[in-house]
Design a protein around this ligand. Structure first.
Ligand code: KIV
Length: 263
């Protein structure tokens, strides 16, 4: 699984053969320039889910429920999730454990499949005191495994587990019969997810330990735009091959034939 936020990203992910595209609320940080995900709203998510869906990717589209869109009431949660489904998602992801069970049940009753997101949940940034690795102590590990089981029993079709030691990813995966998707949760999860801009190397400022850059998109794009600007300034772009030529007789009609004006 990889995130995508727009049609070109969805086309790339689809052609690359990923199974699932997550339209993550990470859009707030990697695309919209916010410093956390709490600024992201349902209208923001709808906008980006539509863009991804418009590419008709050959992958399941999973939409993140942004902060506060599933905290107020089950009714509110269903209405918000429905907007994401109508925008083109096939399922939604919800951060947090058993206290979200009534909301998850309401979504499943409304025929909306739910992935649960446990461990380091970025929407809990303020409560956690920052982006902090979870499951460091025995009690915390036991609590996480219990929460994962509760989400499975509550009907989640998968559990995404973020920012925990490898052993915790392993224990959660072993405890569940539904798939786990890890991000910074070690190698034993059933699947992995990364943020698109991290995978292609477009995000080059900050590299968490769990990220591997599989490309150098930032440097490649700077080089491409620099070459473009240079060739415009030097009059090399556009070349003859990149210009439209006037049809026969137009220069005469304009009274320009034989003048210094280029065709
Ligand atoms: O929003 C997102 O991209 C996510 C991933 C970090 C899993 O939730």
């Amino acid at each position: 699984m990889v995130t995508a936020y727009d049609a070109p990203g969805a086309r790339v992910a689809s052609e690359a053969g990923v199974d699932m595209i997550l339209v993550g609320d990470s859009v707030g940080m990697v695309v919209l320039g916010h410093s956390d995900t709490m600024q992201v709203t349902i209208p923001d998510m709808v906008h980006h889910v539509k863009a991804v869906a418009n590419a008709r990717p050959d992958a399941v589209i999973l939409a993140d429920m942004p902060w506060i869109s599933f905290h107020v009431s089950p009714e509110d949660t269903v209405r918000n999730a429905a907007e994401l489904i109508r925008a083109g998602a096939q399922c939604v992801k919800m951060e947090g454990g058993s206290k979200r069970l009534p909301m998850m049940k309401a979504l499943i009753d409304a025929e909306i499949p739910v992935m649960s997101h446990l461990g380091l949940t970025p929407q809990s940034f303020n409560m956690m005191g920052g982006f902090k690795i979870q499951g460091r102590e025995k009690e915390a590990v036991e609590h996480l495994v219990a929460e994962a089981k509760a989400m499975e029993e509550g009907g989640a079709f998968a559990v995404l587990i973020e920012g925990v030691p490898n052993i915790v990813g392993t224990l959660v995966t072993d405890a569940l019969s539904i798939p786990t998707i890890g991000i910074g949760a070690g190698v034993n999860c059933d699947g992995q997810v990364l943020v698109y801009h991290d995978v292609i190397g477009l995000e080059n400022r900050f590299k968490p330990k769990f990220v591997r850059r599989f490309g150098s998109a930032y440097e490649d794009q700077v080089a491409a735009i620099s070459n473009y600007a240079k060739e415009v300034r030097e009059g090399i772009f556009p070349s003859v091959d990149e210009m439209y030529v006037a049809k026969d007789g137009l220069l005469e009609a304009l009274g320009l034939y034989g003048s210094s004006v280029d065709e």
